[in-house]
Design a protein around this ligand. Structure first.
Ligand SMILES: N#Cc1c(-c2ccc3ccn(Cc4ccncc4)c3c2)n[nH]c1N
Length: 241
């Protein structure tokens, strides 16, 4: 049964890239179903207003609850998981990507302005799982770019989508380290040579070299990952005792 993704947004054209390339092929092959909906289709007034001034004052506008409530009533179903990108969300991770890839139906609510009236999420959570997630510690203008990121990370995990199905174990971040450098022909390019061990044919040596490179890169770029790895390792040793 293909994963179905629905997206509600005031900028439906922003989601067109989901119909291109890898995800487009997944759609053509029936591995994925995609619906993109214009939130304004659920507006009630002649001005098609989706936002209003925030209670308590402050800058910017907040998205109206009635419009979102009606849209989600129509788009969400019995087996929907609602995902709401927000700068205040919990971090989106590869682990969450695997969880979402197991679902039958994902609905993404794309906010704009200062966000969506919180009661929309509170009300939805009465009927379905609701995840407020953030794709990183930087500020965007709306949720659409986050949906492109999350959808790509999720759809690549669906069986049959990737040509070379990278199993969850070998996937980057899955052993807790960053991937090291990669090389292809020619052997020397602009006087830069490929590390000779990679041409040695000695697979044990090659594996050790790649792990050393991954450790060095992780140490320099993401020492936080090493702390978590060490903590997990210690826990594992404790459990083994
Ligand atoms: N995921 C994610 C995000 C967002 C994000 C997501 C949805 C919305 C809707 C509205 N805005 C604009 C806004 C609202 C409040 N504070 C600041 C900016 C959004 C930003 N920014 N940064 C991320 N990592």
């Amino acid at each position: 049964r293909p994963l179905r993704i629905d997206v509600v947004t005031i900028f439906p054209e922003y989601l067109e890239p989901l119909r291109a390339a890898l995800l487009g092929r997944a759609l053509d092959r029936g591995l994925l179903e995609l619906g993109v909906h214009d939130l304004r289709d659920w507006t009630h007034d002649v001005h098609r207003a989706v936002d209003d001034a925030p209670y308590g004052g402050g800058p910017g506008m907040v998205m109206k609850p009635q419009v979102w409530g009606d849209a989600l009533d129509d788009v969400c179903g019995e087996r929907t998981r609602l995902i709401v990108p927000t700068p205040a969300g919990r971090p989106f991770t590869q682990r969450l990507a695997h969880e979402y890839a197991e679902q039958e139906h994902l609905v993404f609510a794309c906010g704009r302005y200062e966000g969506i009236d919180q009661r929309v999420l509170t009300d939805a959570a009465r009927r379905m799982p609701v995840d407020e997630v953030s794709i990183g510690d930087y500020v965007l203008v709306g949720g659409e770019a986050a949906v492109l990121v999350i959808a790509e990370a999720v759809v690549r995990l669906l069986p049959g989508v990737l040509g070379n199905p990278v199993s969850a174990e070998q996937d980057s971040f899955s052993d807790g380290l960053l991937e090291g450098p990669s090389y292809t022909r020619p052997e020397v390019w602009r006087e830069l040579a490929v590390p000779s061990v990679l041409r040695s044919g000695n697979h044990a040596l090659i594996e050790r070299h790649r792990r050393d490179e991954a450790l060095a890169r992780t140490f320099h770029r993401r020492p936080d990952l090493l702390e978590r790895l060490a903590a997990d390792d210690l826990d594992a040793r404790d459990r083994a005792v």
